[in-house]
Design a binder for this molecule. Structure first.
Ligand SMILES: Cc1cc2nc3c(=O)[nH]c(=O)nc-3n(C[C@H](O)[C@H](O)[C@H](O)COP(=O)(O)OP(=O)(O)OC[C@H]3O[C@@H](n4cnc5c(N)ncnc54)[C@H](O)[C@@H]3O)c2cc1C
Length: 467
């Protein structure tokens, strides 16, 4: 089968912060190709010690520390590990393994003619070229042009946050072993994350509340905004520092210096968007489907955006292997992925909606929720996270059996979290979640991984079952 990947960017260049490769991602990649999975693990493993996480209050007080190796050992129980990886490094990893001629950069999708039962889809590129194909997969990200034509359902929802990111050389003095440093404002919705890569690079990410009326000032709404943002590159950094409340003081000098000394051209700026699962129940028609953020853009909580995309790729590959590049394959892929990804979208959106309340607790809650994502305790952890973010003091342990679920709010949050959902094979049996006085077991879905028909020796592909 011939595959072509058309990429709008003129070249693959350093951008972005860090994405999480979580157990479901690694399992999906191994199932697509066992050797690819091994190569990815080998690539990621040197960064293992950098997987430590430290969370500070913006005033410098240490709130929480996670030992990366210990965390990874816990995640290993779910068959996959826990790897933060720079967005650009992951892009390079996959691009380098494509057969020659598959990837074409500087090739922006413009529009398509859908074709019919007996005629192929025709894709028009912005440079005037046309391409015909049996199927078109729109994997063009959060503001997908393919989605716009296919579903015409408008922009994603604004999460109330702006994000600035950059990759740069690490300062001469930096606590590398601390790994991912997270500085959260105690009262305002703003945080700074930094991640030191073992090879001397450092990437940072700022997220801060931003008024909806001023979204248009944030570049061209794209991740790569150089040349499109309002004003000069310096004004972009000024917007970032302004949103952090730099002039009010309160952030550690070494962190602010890090931002100020970054080359301005390396900084990207964009609004944070997400879609509700209900917006994403349909993401294909005829010979067209969507994949990744284009299909089911998640809010930036739980770190599952990239991992869900890997599950999409696996599932799409499985159905194309079974049915060929046909409409039947696309519909089968969507029928499995829409509910599964929707569950993660929902959990993630619940967390982001709480962001504005108490940033510091939110950061702690998010850390705990994502750590517990693959454990039996996840349901309880997420309930606690939602509550904590909403201002309750419920952030405590998240160990099943010991967590006491007492209030009606917890019960409601718990029901929200588990409603008709699937949390990527986290559970091997129904988890009993019985708020006081309510009783009753919560029904959970899970995914079991089986080999891809084409890969033979991979241990996994998805099948949905209900506990
Ligand atoms: C430059 C960049 C940096 C990012 N940094 C982070 C990060 O630091 N942390 C994080 O959690 N997530 C980041 N993301 C988002 C993250 O990659 C996704 O949430 C997730 O991995 C899902 O990937 P995706 O392939 O669906 O979408 P994306 O990774 O967004 O990839 C979509 C691709 O489609 C291309 N594209 C868009 N429109 C067109 C078009 N008309 N024609 C051709 N190509 C087009 C884009 O250039 C991009 O390469 C970043 C995305 C980008 C593009």
């Amino acid at each position: 089968m011939r595959v072509k990947v058309f990429e709008r960017a003129s070249s693959l260049r350093p951008a972005g912060f860090v994405v999480g490769i979580l157990p479901n991602a690694l399992k999906a990649i191994r199932a697509i190709d066992a050797q690819l999975g091994r190569d990815l693990e080998d690539t990621l493993r040197p960064a293992e010690s950098a997987a430590n996480v430290s969370i500070f209050r913006n005033t410098g007080e240490l709130l929480m520390q996670v030992d990366g190796r210990a965390a990874r050992e816990r995640y290993d129980r779910y068959g996959g590990g826990l790897f933060p990886v720079a967005w650009y490094d992951l892009q390079r990893f996959f691009a380098a393994r494509l057969p020659p001629g598959v990837l074409e950069v500087a090739s922006a999708f413009d529009r398509y003619e859908p074709g019919g039962a007996d005629s192929p889809v025709t894709v028009y590129l912005r440079d005037g070229r046309t391409v015909t194909a049996s199927v078109l997969v729109g994997a063009d990200g959060n503001l997908s042009d393919v989605r716009r034509q296919l579903l015409d359902d408008g922009l994603p929802r604004f999460a109330g946050l702006a994000v600035w990111r950059a990759m740069r050389k690490r300062p001469a003095v930096w606590p590398v072993e601390a790994g991912l440093l997270n500085y959260a404002d105690a009262g305002e919705a703003r945080k700074i994350m930094t991640y030191a890569l073992p090879d001397g690079r450092l990437t940072w990410n700022v997220a801060a509340a931003w008024p909806e009326a001023e979204v248009g000032r944030l570049g061209n709404l794209r991740y790569i905004t150089a040349g499109h943002e309002e004003g000069t590159p310096q004004q972009k950094l000024d917007r970032c520092l302004g949103a952090l409340g730099e002039s009010e003081g309160g952030w550690p000098d070494h962190v602010l210096d890090l931002l100020r000394s970054t080359e301005l051209g390396a900084i990207t700026e964009h609004p944070l968007f997400f879609r509700e699962p209900g917006d994403c129940e349909v993401y294909g028609r005829g010979r067209i489907t969507l994949l990744g953020d284009a299909a089911h853009l998640t809010a930036a909580a739980l770190g599952q955006g990239t991992s869900q995309t890997m599950e999409d790729a696996l599932e799409l590959g499985r159905h194309v292997a079974l049915h060929g590049p046909t409409e039947a394959a696309l519909r089968a892929y969507e029928s499995v992925r829409a509910p599964a990804a929707g569950a993660v979208q929902k959990a993630s959106a619940d967390l982001v909606r709480c962001w504005g309340r108490l940033a510091e607790k939110w950061v702690l809650a998010e850390q705990r929720a994502s750590e517990a994502f693959f454990s039996r305790e996840y349901q309880v952890a997420l309930c606690l996270a939602v509550l904590a973010a909403a201002g309750s003091n419920a952030v405590g342990g998240c160990s099943a059996g010991t967590a006491r679920l007492t209030s009606a709010t917890v019960q409601r949050a718990c029901q929200q979290v588990v409603a008709g959902t699937n949390y990527a094979f986290a559970f091997d049996a129904a988890y009993s979640c019985a708020p006081t006085g309510a009783g009753g077991a919560v029904k959970l879905n899970a995914i079991v991984y089986e080999p891809l028909p084409s890969s033979g020796n991979g241990p996994q592909v998805t099948r949905v079952w209900q506990a």
